[in-house]
Write a protein that binds this ligand. Structure first.
Ligand code: C2E
Ligand code: CA
Ligand code: CA
Length: 539
């Protein structure tokens, strides 16, 4: 029904405008908005059409500029608003469950100081609950008249209307506008986001989707024509779709049928932040939350994690994060930079496991991972980062992760050193055929070395030394009294003792030595004992 029989010129349009309003030649078609995950309807947009008795249906792209130029657009827009009110009233009267319908506002309507009062009058006349009427304003309305649009927004909000930012992403100033204007829903037009869907890196699309998540505002993707586009949007947490993929703009009767057929559901934000977080403050660079993030929490980062693709994207880091990672970069460089590229082999799996645990537990989880970072000043550096991760938001298969990081390289290297020393120590003993032990004078306790325990079957702690060693026959009976006497001498402060003793029943000659260790007051504390196998010629 939308086939063009002929485009009308400005003079022809102007000549029949009054008639068109009066006889319903200007009317609305309705395009449903669908939740791609559930298939339910979340709303619809009313789009203006002008059917001329001779020329046929005219499209808004052709006649709206003419109406705007002639200062008549507000009348056409009010007419559409009233048409929608009538439709909703008719449905309500028939007991049909209705759905919010969005009506477009030209930027010229914003300059018309009475506009909000006029629509409010119509809404009251038809007695439509305000949540069933939404208004779409475009980004370009804000250009050149920020005060004007702010005033209209406030008026609309005062009356309880939901306001949508239409064609978001079409202008380069988008991000600033979102920060300044308090809109309730964002409409992203796929046409402005063409190109590499799913491509990595800083595509406009992903940065805009990220931006909208930060604001905790519902997002509707418009002009969605393919399943690929819809699935991509869904993967980023944006489930709401308006486009030819589901429905073209429908004539009223057909729309009514769909509205009755399909289940309805309300719009909700793309990213569900945990309840304790206030999204507005959380992302506001001047808020107390941000101050805390930057100054008090240690190294911290916020990133998104896609559980299916495993892709991670840094949204925010603080200054200490950069410092902990020892990277020669500023915060800005790190955003968009994949710091997980630096993982050593198999370390990334540890990190993934931590994230999965954090998703499952809803709690803080920890991992330690080694990475190799390269910086201009210091060359290559091998570092160990301890990460505490917690999920703070969720959108589809994407999670928002808050991570605290600590550089624990020095700690880890020390641990490693100790472990290595221990191994070396043991090896040296093995090779030298030495048995060693420590005797604590006050308690008469003996702590044997690993070899003593293994070869002589001693426990890690021997009490009332040297009696158990004599009883076990390690020290033979003919040397027992001498050996007991040594321990008395140590107690009296004799600094060192040594002799050759034939040990065990095999009477294998060992060079047995004691060296006294004193405390800071010069009192005998303990003695370090050793027994070395006597090699040929030493005896
Ligand atoms: P808009 O507000 O961005 O409306 C969406 C446009 O995208 C509509 O074009 C719709 O038919 C079209 N569309 C929907 N799904 C798809 C899709 O999958 N692929 C493509 N390529 N297009 C899709 P339409 O109806 O021609 O309206 C064009 C523009 O005219 C609107 O853009 C809006 O700026 C303006 N307009 C329409 N109705 C009104 C109105 O009542 N008042 C005012 N002031 N402007 C209106
Ligand atoms: Ca629109
Ligand atoms: Ca749009």
């Amino acid at each position: 029904m939308e086939d063009l029989q002929g485009k009308m010129g400005e003079a022809e349009l102007m000549g029949c405008f009054e008639d068109a309003l009066q006889f319903g030649h200007i009317f609305a078609v309705y395009q449903p908005q669908i939740n791609h995950s559930t298939g339910r309807m979340v709303g619809a947009e009313a789009l203006m059409r002008w059917r001329h008795p001779i020329y046929g249906v005219q499209m808004p792209g052709d006649f709206i500029p003419v109406l705007e130029k002639n200062n008549l657009i507000y009348r056409a827009d009010l007419h559409i608003f009233e048409t929608v009110c009538k439709f909703q009233r008719k449905c309500l009267d028939q007991g049909i469950s209705i759905i919010p319908i969005s009506v477009n506002m030209s930027r010229y309507d914003i300059y018309n100081t009475n506009y909000v009062e006029e629509i409010e009058g119509l809404r009251k006349k038809y007695d439509i609950p305000v949540q069933y009427l939404r208004l779409e304003i475009t980004e370009s309305s804000a250009i050149g008249g920020r005060e004007m649009i702010t005033r209209v927004l406030r008026q609309l909000h005062d009356h309880g209307y939901t306001v949508e930012m239409d064609d978001f992403g079409s202008g380069y100033s988008s991000l600033n506008i979102l920060k300044d204007l308090d809109v309730d829903v964002i409409k992203l037009d796929m046409a402005f986001l063409s190109g590499d869907i799913g491509g990595r890196g800083g595509t406009i699309l992903s940065s805009i989707v990220q931006m909208t998540k930060w604001l905790n505002t519902p997002v509707i993707a418009e002009g969605v024509e393919t399943m690929e586009q819809a699935d991509y949007m869904k993967s980023t947490g944006c489930n709401y779709i308006q486009g030819y993929l589901y429905y073209r703009p429908l004539p009223e009767e057909e729309f009514l049928e769909k509205m009755v057929q399909l289940d309805h559901e309300p719009l909700t934000p793309a990213m569900n932040l945990v309840k304790t977080l206030d999204a507005g403050k959380f992302w506001d660079p001047n808020s107390m939350e941000t101050l805390i993030f930057n100054n008090f929490v240690g190294g911290a980062a916020i990133f998104t994690y896609n559980i299916d693709t495993k892709q991670k994207k840094i949204l925010r880091v603080n200054r200490k994060y950069v410092k902990e990672l020892g990277m020669n970069m500023n915060e800005h460089d790190i955003i968009g930079h994949d710091t997980w590229n630096h993982f050593d082999a198999e370390e990334d799996q540890k990190y993934e496991d931590m994230l999965r645990r954090a998703i499952e537990s809803g709690d803080e989880e920890m991992s330690e991972t080694w990475r190799t970072v390269v910086s201009d000043c210091c060359g290559e550096d091998h570092i160990c980062i301890r990460t505490y991760a917690r999920i703070i938001g969720e959108a589809g298969n994407e999670y928002l992760v808050y991570a605290m990081v600590q550089n624990v390289t020095a700690e880890k290297k020390r641990d490693q050193q100790v472990a290595e020393d221990e191994i070396r120590f043991k090896a040296a003993f093995e090779q030298a055929n030495i048995y060693a032990w420590e005797y604590t004078i006050a308690t008469k306790e003996m702590r044997p070395c690993f070899r003593c325990m293994r070869d002589l079957g001693l426990p890690p702690l021997v009490r009332n030394y040297p009696e158990p060693a004599i009883e076990a026959g390690i020290f033979p009976p003919d040397y027992a009294d001498m050996y007991r006497d040594w321990h008395k001498k140590l107690e009296e402060g004799v600094e060192s003792l040594e002799t050759i003793i034939p040990l065990t029943v095999g009477r294998v000659p060992f060079h047995v030595r004691y060296t006294l260790v004193k405390d800071e007051n010069g009192h005998p504390l303990k003695a370090l004992g050793s027994a070395t196998l006597v090699v040929d010629g030493e005896a």
